[in-house]
Design a protein around this ligand. Sequence first.
Ligand code: SF4
Length: 227
Amino acid sequence: MRSSRVKPLEVFEILLSAYGPQGWWPVDEDYHRKHGTDPREEIVIGAVITQNTSWRNVEKALENLKRHGVLSLKGVLETPEEELQDLLRPAGYYRLKTTRLKEVARFLNPVEKVRTVKREELLKVKGVGRETADVILLYAGDRLHFVVDAYTRRIVERVFGVRGGYEDLKAWFEESLPRDLYVYKEFHALLDEHAKRFCRKAPLCTGCPLSRVCTLPWRSGSPIGRP
Ligand code: SF4
């Protein structure tokens, strides 16, 4: 296999110049200004309900919460279980997500806790896996935790020829990247964008902005051939 000499930061720069800043995590600042709520609470809520569903479905559930004026941790805690289930229905697994969201809201209320909570403590809350915890810490807490999701794993394996479990890949990114919140936040979003545009399950290597540095098209036996 041709090993990649490219560094994660170079891949970040290529993707940033190809797609531009993604501005993640998206929040509705107007809503929070109007309701006197904290936008970080929308990030926490989105991070919990995005599990096992598409972002489009998450947006529908967030819209429901907004329409009912409960897009906040306090709003989640004060909304009766059945009502909250209805609002979260578009995000799928709505019963489970309602229970989990209430648990997380109870644990992280007031939301300022995202600045200080230990990752190990957050991981003990039911329904908070590694990816959810790191999304909350990075995007709501402005803390340097790299988020690894299925898209990231796919791209890292193809571009760098690197495989590993969640903690291995998280450490690999964190050791290679500058300790810069902007880079962490944008890179995760750019990897997701890249997985949707080119590095799909069946990759579209022709025209891919990373084809020059990616190992996959060069591997012997690669099903896709050289770009
Ligand atoms: S060249 Fe192909 S495998 Fe590599 S990143 Fe691009 S789409 Fe993915």
